[in-house]
Design a protein around this ligand. Structure first.
Ligand code: COI
Length: 352
């Protein structure tokens, strides 16, 4: 029977007592419950919350063969009064459907998204801990479950939300390599979508970067590798003297919610900002002249992560330590809003 009414089956005994919340590896522990909803015969149906558990999926499900899968990353925070907050969840809800459209997957309805999300967070709210380094990372995702290996869009899907208590994504500063051979995305491709395959394609070049002592790749345009675009898990900002530079979004770059929020904060704080193509040459030249003061990445998981070094070809550069760090200032401005520690001048906080 088709129903759109949310069913809830609670866990008999919570696992929370087994978790060491001070020593979490990002995204490796999951809360007691999960949300799921199936798309069958053109209708999203049977939304349910059940104890977190493995799924049974047929080996021929299209997600395993053609990678029709999209996801989101969101966070929930607990403030000092024990209120629970999220940051611009409407933006994630919109973006997962933008990603889904590009992979010819059905949009997930906004009302079901928020009903499932808030019911899940209320059930698992004990997993959201206080503290500046603590958050609940929320992972909505959608995948093709039709059992058929013909290469075409599926006619059945599963949408899910799972949650993971987290601390920082990067445990120190991040060292990056500017891409000069591999590409993450190209014009007309899926770079702007949070498609699972975008991440899979980045792992091999990231492994090569790790072998050279770096953590991440900053992707450049696929054509000539002339312009710096994004880091895969983060959008990137460059501080040359006292001006911040970041690439405009395009069909190759994720429209990061942290990125666009930072742009608003930067403007409100009267920091010089240029949203334009940023060339590898100008950043290397600025580094050589001592004008490259900071680099940092922004993202839900990464928040604002300082980049401490970059390499390009034979050239490598260690960033200076800045007293008046823009990254530090912006991280405080952003996280104070997210965690209900400052006025929300932009109307971004969402009370769960
Ligand atoms: C996020 O910031 O939520 C991301 O998508 C990064 C993730 C791949 C860890």
């Amino acid at each position: 029977m088709i129903t759109t009414e949310l069913k809830v089956e609670k866990i008999a005994q919570s696992k929370i007592g087994d978790v060491d919340f001070d020593n979490l590896t990002f995204g490796s522990i999951f809360t007691d419950h999960m949300f799921e909803c199936d798309y069958i015969d053109g209708v999203w149906q049977n939304p349910k919350i059940s104890p977190y558990q493995p799924l049974t999926i047929d080996p021929s499900a299209k997600v395993f063969h053609y990678g029709q899968a999209v996801f989101e990353g969101m966070k929930a925070y607990r403030d000092d009064n024990d209120d629970i907050w999220m940051f611009r969840p409407d933006q994630n809800q919109k973006r997962i459907n933008i990603s889904a459209e590009r992979l010819d997957m059905p949009a997930f309805p906004k009302d079901l998204f928020f009903e499932g999300l808030t019911a899940l967070l209320k059930l698992d709210k004990e997993w959201i801990k206080k503290g500046d380094d603590s958050a609940l990372y929320i992972r909505p995702f959608s995948m093709a479950t039709e059992t058929c290996v013909s290469a075409s869009a599926a006619n059945q899907y599963k949408f899910m939300i799972i949650c993971s208590p987290v601390q920082s994504y990067y445990t120190g500063d991040v060292r990056v390599v500017f891409a000069d051979k591999y590409s993450r995305s190209a014009n007309g491709g899926v770079g702007y979508a949070k498609a699972a395959g975008n991440y899979a394609a980045s792992f091999y070049p990231a492994k090569l970067a790790k072998e050279q002592g770096y953590d991440q790749v900053v992707w450049t345009d696929a054509d000539k590798h002339e312009f710096l675009e994004e880091a895969g898990t983060m959008n990137v900002f460059f501080r040359v003297n006292d001006t911040l530079l970041t690439a405009p979004t395009s069909d190759r770059i994720l429209d990061g919610i942290t990125r666009k929020s930072l742009l608003e904060i930067i403007k409100a704080d009267n920091i010089d900002l240029e949203v334009r193509k940023v060339s590898v040459t100008e950043i290397v030249e600025a580094a050589k002249k001592g004008e490259l003061k900071e680099m940092f990445g922004s993202g839900t998981a990464a928040v604002i992560s300082p980049i401490s070094a970059f390499s390009h070809g034979d050239y490598s550069y260690e960033m200076p330590t800045m007293e008046d760090s823009f990254a530090k200032h912006l991280k405080k401005r952003l996280t104070d809003i997210q965690r209900n520690k400052s006025e929300d001048q932009f109307g971004w906080r969402y009370k769960v």
